[in-house]
Write a new protein. Structure first.
Length: 214
């Protein structure tokens, strides 16, 4: 089984004999909005700009005009944040991550659906990052000669790794539990002679993570 991306994916229903689904999930739209589209930073930028406009107007003696100028700043701010939140919601609704006993499948895309098939044999390492909102990210380092396009994967990709893009399960709920499922699946496949074991988290071998989860 090799790494490939399918631009017109078929639904993941009938699996090959001996393969079964262990977990399915999708990114949380709030996590996508905050960390992929940075909606909070956009809102803070507009808020600071509004404060500056108001302070400048008051110091210039504009009075009511300064309040009006602030309102004109808030209108594009609301529109921009609303568009970003809508994009995050659409991405969440059109994305599905699946872990089976042999591979990881990422299905995503609003206008152009794509299915990325990642067999365990090409996963060199995995990491885990958890956030205060109970979601987390699991980026995957891919080995071998196959290269993935960063822009094709975005936002389901590890930030700032354009030279060798790392697909990432992004903003998923209960990410630590999902990482344990992935760890056990890779170890189980390795013990069955399907793949070689990889690593999970930032330092712990994937076998150790699976032992802790057991």
């Amino acid at each position: 089984m090799t790494l490939f991306a399918e631009k017109k994916p078929t639904p993941l229903r009938a699996l090959p004999a001996g393969e079964r689904i262990l977990w399915q999930g999708r990114p949380q739209w709030r996590g996508l909005a905050l960390r992929a589209l940075h909606v909070r930073k956009v809102a803070i930028y507009f808020a600071l700009f509004a404060v500056w406009r108001f302070a400048s107007g008051v110091s210039a003696g504009e009075g009511l005009a300064s309040i009006t100028s602030v309102l004109w700043v808030l209108v594009p701010c609301s529109a921009a944040c609303g568009i970003l939140v809508l994009m995050a919601w659409l991405w969440s609704r059109t994305t599905q991550y699946t872990i089976t006993t042999r591979r990881l499948v990422m299905q995503f895309g609003v206008a152009l659906p794509i299915m990325l098939n990642i067999p365990f044999g090409v996963i060199g390492a995995a990491a885990l990052r958890c956030y205060a909102d109970a979601t987390g990210d699991i980026p995957l380092a891919i080995t071998g000669k196959d290269r993935l396009a960063y822009l094709m994967l975005w936002p389901h990709v590890r930030p700032w790794r354009a030279a060798r893009a790392e697909p990432m399960l992004r903003a998923i709920a209960d990410a630590r539990h999902v990482s344990e499922i992935l760890a056990r699946a890779v170890v189980g496949a390795a013990n069955a002679g399907v793949v070689h074991a990889a690593t999970v988290d930032k330092a712990a071998p994937i076998g150790a993570a699976a032992a802790q989860a057991a």
